[in-house]
Design a protein around this ligand. Structure first.
Ligand code: B12
Ligand code: SF4
Ligand code: SF4
Length: 321
């Protein structure tokens, strides 16, 4: 005869299996579950912030308390249902030749905050139906949630020397989405192995030497930060650092052997590339007016740096190509 606790355990386990089944049905590449606890790498976050590696992303300082203890993000939350979604576009829209303006692959499709946000809400609805009375909150990128950390705890991969969450069978071209819930679910085992070994290709290949060391990126020198998060004009150094990257940067992922071997083109219809974003007309971007910018790039990641930021990026890239 099973004890009450054993019954609860079995129920939590059944729910977890069902949530993963629903996640797969909704189009997530994989789903894992982590128990919420104090972030075991809180000290690394503190050091990274103290070293000034967040640059002007001051919201990361403001959110630090919650990132260091994700239980504070949602009162009563016990578990994180963590999803990965493959966005690798492979050769479908071949990378342009060197010295042609480049856009990071994650931005090629309609804004992932919208696409994944809707899917996560559907997954959250499924969780609430499965566990009546439970509460949920969805996060993708925006929010005080340590997403890579939770993905590692949910067994979805390890954190590479390039700081990316790398899944051993998918690689790192993935979006992370999280549903926090107070429902009792059976967690997965954390992914403990570090499969980088002696490799350090990402550190060597970074065009701006932005890594202060393994898993320690000084965002101030990162092309992704400069083209997306940096506000205001570029100085001469920043202008040169950007090179031929108009938006974001994929170099430390492109060279990673786990992507070279395992990244497969996504078949996700919701993430189909938009040519005007993947291969934008940079000559036109330099002079585009605000209304036309909004018309063309509404609901794309280009709205983050916005009209001014994208004109600045285009001018810097045209200097280089
Ligand atoms: C701020 C931010 C940035 C900044 C800073 C990047 C950085 N390396 O921190 C900038 C603008 C530069 C950036 C760039 C990019 N980003 Co970004 N970014 C974020 C954001 C909003 C916060 C990250 C953060 O807190 N950084 C601070 C560091 C210290 O924290 P952390 O990354 O969580 O790292 C933890 C672990 O490394 C851990 N740790 C440290 N040592 C060790 C050792 C071991 C063994 C373990 C297990 C853990 C561990 O401690 C840290 C603190 O908890 C997240 C979304 C989110 N809410 O988490 C997206 C996110 C990390 N970004 C993402 C993406 C896609 C990118 C880009 C690839 C975009 C592009 N192509 O241009 C680049 C990649 C650059 C890179 N190599 O990191 C994805 C990553 C998906 C994945 N598979 O990993 C995220 C998760 C968004 C999402 N929801 O999909 N980003
Ligand atoms: S995204 Fe580009 S610039 Fe930033 S760390 Fe990776 S390789 Fe360097
Ligand atoms: S390139 Fe090498 S060191 Fe860098 S993340 Fe990939 S396996 Fe790890």
């Amino acid at each position: 005869m099973k004890t009450v606790e054993q019954e609860r355990q079995a129920e939590a386990s059944r729910r977890s299996v069902e949530i993963k089944r629903q996640g797969a049905k909704l189009g997530f590449s994989t789903v894992g579950i982590a128990l919420l606890d104090r972030n075991p790498h809180a000290a690394e976050l503190d050091r990274w912030l103290a070293d000034g590696h967040a640059g002007t992303m001051t919201y990361l300082n403001r959110q630090a308390k919650k990132r260091k203890d994700p239980r504070l993000v949602m009162p009563g939350a016990k578990t994180a249902v963590v999803t990965l979604t493959n966005y690798f576009h492979g050769d479908r829209m071949p990378n342009p030749a060197p010295r042609v303006p480049r856009v990071a692959q994650y931005a090629w499709s309609p804004d992932y905050h919208d696409v994944l946000g809707e899917r996560l809400e559907q997954l959250a609805t499924a969780i609430r139906a499965l566990v009546p009375g439970s509460a949920t909150r969805c996060y993708v990128d925006a929010g005080p949630v340590p997403e890579r950390e939770l993905a590692q705890l949910a067994g979805l991969g390890w954190i590479g020397k390039n700081m990316m969450l790398i899944h051993p069978e998918i690689g790192s071209f993935t979006f992370i989405g999280v549903v926090l819930t107070d429902a009792r679910l059976e967690p997965d085992l954390p992914f403990e192995a570090d499969r980088c070994g002696t490799c350090q290709r990402c550190l060597d290949a970074c065009p701006t030497q932005a890594f202060a060391g393994p898993r320690d990126l000084d965002a101030r020198a990162c092309i992704s930060y400069l083209t997306i998060e940096h506000r205001g004009a570029f100085d001469a150094t920043q202008r040169a650092q950007v090179g031929d990257w108009l938006f974001g940067c994929d170099v430390c992922q492109d060279v990673c052997p786990w992507n070279v071997s395992f990244a497969r083109e996504t078949l996700d219809a919701g993430l189909a590339p938009r040519p005007e974003v993947a291969r934008p007309d940079v000559g036109q971007l330099v002079t585009i007016d605000e209304a036309e910018f909004q018309r063309r790039y509404d609901r794309t990641p280009f709205t983050r740096p916005g009209h001014r930021g994208m004109r600045r990026n285009a001018a810097a890239v045209l200097d280089d190509v």
